[in-house]
Design a protein around this ligand. Sequence first.
Ligand SMILES: [Zn+2]
Length: 463
Amino acid sequence: MRFETILKNGTIVTATDTYTADVGISAEKIAAIAAGLSAENAARVIDASGCYVMPGGIDVHTHLDMPFGGTTSADDFESGTIAAAFGGTTTLIDFAIQYKGQTLRHAFDTWMKKAQGKAAIDYAFHCIVTDLPDAQLDEMPALVHDGVSSFKLFMAYPGVFMLDDAAIFRAMSRAAECGGLICMHAENGGAIDVIVRRALAEGKRAPKYHALTRPTTAEAEATGRAIALAEMAGAPVHIVHLSCNEALEKVREARDRGLPVYAETCPQYLYLSIENFDAPGFEGAKYVFTPPLREKWHQEKLWQGLAKDDLQLVSTDHCPFCYKEQKELGRDDFTKIPNGGPGIEHRLALVYSGGVASGRFSPNRFVQLVATAPAKLFGLYPQKGTIAVGSDADLIVFDPKREETISAKTHHMRVDYSMFEGIRTKGSPKLTMSRGRVIIENGKFTGRPGAGSFLRRKTYAAV
Ligand SMILES: [Zn+2]
């Protein structure tokens, strides 16, 4: 058997197994996994000794080239996917946004154009639904058929993104019929809006009030309500960017009852806290995203949630805005600070460091959280998310000993600060392969913008 590439002598780590073998790649796929594949049979041999060979990461929550609050997120599908690849992510699922009065199809077409010719890794879309008359409800099965098999709804941002309970319930019921998965931004937007207006009236305008006006109770209440609506609709539900213990308890309780309820958290909630708002001057704006940062003690609860499968995966909610000129739009009013932070590049290093290197869970659990569970839940498995014969050769060579310090000076995201500035990580990818092509090697991008393909996803599968 001839191969284009053989990855030799690495330790293969999947969500379930750890063993030493070589991986033979041809025609973009994993063609063989065996001990002692002959180097003579390959055009190229990559030595992975001392490293793990893992499936490439799947980030199911990114916002590239996204309009928000009069500006646009700083990474487009070129810079964003390249930064993702540097961090070992080989697939992302971004969000196509339907604005009021538009069809879901229009949202999908618009985001397809944003990605085309730019994405360096494979990509897919969820559809954010903000307006749901009967005609759009009827579009949902067609979108699922075309590979947009999940929909994100908001219980926050009244007047912009928020849907009421009736619309949410209708969407969930329709999703249950057509195999769609509802992803929920769970915060009680109505109550939060009242608290925010009260704060502004009292002259509280600094960035930290973004966090102080969005209590954990508002997230927990909406999480519980989303779960109850899904239960009544007979639908699965995925809670996005879960940030606090109170919301985690709602998810745990539902899962203990056997409901198809899933949740993700993000590295910012595992590493940062409300103390970051003590940064000098206006710099707290760097940490303005939603849900907000919480008190420090929540971090350990979230890590334990990941270890015990109360939380099923880690995404980034990558939504970068530069400090200069973009975050600064809210200098005199925290409600005008664009919501979002950059993280697409450092998910694997941060989760491995805090999870595996710190002894909280195994390398297999790490793979499950960053690749396998995302692939299964969002209809990409086994094409993506594992190492098996016939799967896409989306692979990383991961060096568990490599230590790095995260900094805006060295990152590849198109944004002028890092949320994780100065944090030391242990373990990171040193080579990234997308469908058999090496796209990151020796600290350089060797891929091609536009080489990424749109992935038509299947319907959700339980994890
Ligand atoms: Zn988001």
